[in-house]
Ligand binder design. Structure first.
Ligand code: HEC
Length: 156
């Protein structure tokens, strides 16, 4: 019983605070879930998590998280400025399946080794010279990635 209480205590005290996230400070590393590439796609969701599209729309537009708008056009209400160095993502779900979208967001270098797109869930042990505060962690949490995927599949 005592161990259970300690575990619950640890769970709460190690959960990243929302305040820190809002300031753009990376949350502490979470356990990395291994993923498997099959036919240039990732069929299984990261850590078996289920994404939610409304949360994903916030992540793609958030400069401190996905920051996808820096490079991609996205059909988000009220957004007028976006980067044009990458393909527009309106209608992307007509071109790519959920599993194909997941690989692109997780680590697009498996498709294009010279890709300038950040690998948002790349294996941390493969990241060369990670930025300060990013050692041993992915750019986005697994839940954020799954939320982004859930949002992208709505772009038809
Ligand atoms: C620094 C610029 C940059 C950022 C930031 C970026 N991307 Fe990309 N993305 C690219 C480029 C460039 C490509 C074209 C393929 C390539 O070169 O890898 C691409 C390709 C893609 C594709 C495949 C599109 C297609 O039609 O084939 C998807 C999906 C995608 N990005 C999603 C995202 C999402 C979601 C985010 C944010 C979480 C994001 N990207 C952030 C540059 C970026």
């Amino acid at each position: 019983m005592k161990t259970v209480t300690t575990l619950i205590f640890l769970l709460f005290t190690t959960t990243p605070s929302l305040a820190a996230e809002a300031e753009g400070v990376p949350p502490p590393p979470e356990a990395y879930c291994k993923w498997e590439m099959v036919n240039y796609s990732i069929p299984a969701s990261l850590c078996g998590l289920k994404g939610e599209a409304p949360r994903g729309e916030k992540v793609v537009a958030d400069a401190a998280r996905g920051n996808c708008l820096a490079c991609h056009e996205l059909p988000i209400k009220g957004v007028e400025a976006y980067g044009t160095i990458a393909p527009p993502l309106s209608g992307v779900a007509n071109r790519l399946s959920e599993a194909q979208l997941r690989l692109r967001v997780v680590d697009s270098r498996h498709l294009n080794p010279n890709s300038i797109m950040p690998g948002f869930y790349r294996n941390p042990s493969l990241i060369n010279r990670p930025g300060k505060g990013y050692e041993g962690r992915t750019f986005l949490a697994a839940q954020d990635v799954e939320d982004v995927i859930a949002y992208l599949v709505t772009l038809k």
